[in-house]
Design a protein around this ligand. Sequence first.
Ligand code: PEP
Ligand code: MN
Length: 374
Amino acid sequence: MENLNSGLLPIQKWGIKSTERPVVIAGPCSAESEKQVLETAKQLSENGINIYRAGIWKPRTRPGHFEGVGAKGLPWLKKVKEETGMLITTEVATEKHVYEALKFGVDILWIGARSSANPFVMQEIANALEGADVPVMIKNPVNPDLDLWIGAIERIQKAGIKKIAAIHRGFSTYDKSLYRNNPQWQLAIDLKIKLPNIPLFNDPSHIGGKRDLLFDISQKAMDLHFDGLMIESHINPDEAWSDAKQQITPAVLNKLLDNLILRDKKSHSLEETVELEKYRAQIDSYDNIIMGVLGDRMDVVKNIGKFKKENNITILQPNRWDQLMKKNYEQADSKGFSKKFVDRLFKAIHQESINFQTAIMKEETKEKIVKVTK
Ligand code: PEP
Ligand code: MN
């Protein structure tokens, strides 16, 4: 595998050793039992993972689901640290969580998406962190609001915490989407532009919500030069007490990481990659506009088709085509487009318009055939 960490990653400045892989934080969505916690950690550690995650307090959207084992799971994490040497991390959402986690030697704290969306919660956590020397990772808020994410980071910075990272876990949408949480990559890129010294992790598990999306999301994060990944891993994913569909075994995680293509950092600096992605996002948005406009144009074509049908006018009106192209050539010239390109483009659009109109005419023919044969 190529070495992603040829340069010094911001997170390495925290004193965190990283292997030749991206910095990977892995472990179950939730700590369920001492056995599950330790066995998962052992397998991950054998595969070279050295930062272990497990949720102790689980913020569930609806009541009545497993809300985490609570503080009784903290000694299990402590044992992971003692037996494997891994760093341990868990989510904190209240002042009490902060105190309890620190009491049990949790090495890195993370703040979840429902907490980072709430400035009161963020302030409570920040107050509890005053004077502590612990790295804190802040997930993006559930809603796509860059200022809210930055605000959450700033509150932790103001509490005197120096080692801060951000985690991109995607954003809630009401509409059904391929993803559990829409990645909206541009938002994470904008955070990276505004806060270039904050290490940025990607959480493909909560973005994807299902196993088969994890690789593509992780690869995209690597292409965008994220510093690392947080991936949920469980010894028996199907039986997990929370987020079962998105968890993978340590062995599958190993395979995923081995297959990641790590682009050469030297050929593209972070700035170049970010710049390139910004242009790509602009192009995507213009392509959307083009498709939208073509759709609107085709609606007009359909109306013309109906009008021609009702008034018995032929589809092809050569004069009209010549006039239209004359106007297009003039415009193309001022934009530096070749005549050939404009020809091809409008012939393709025109051909599709004719197809639509022919379909409308055919409907009428079908009606007539039915009438004649009845
Ligand atoms: C989690 O990491 O298990 C979690 C609850 O994440 P999020 O806050 O991103 O929903
Ligand atoms: Mn989870």
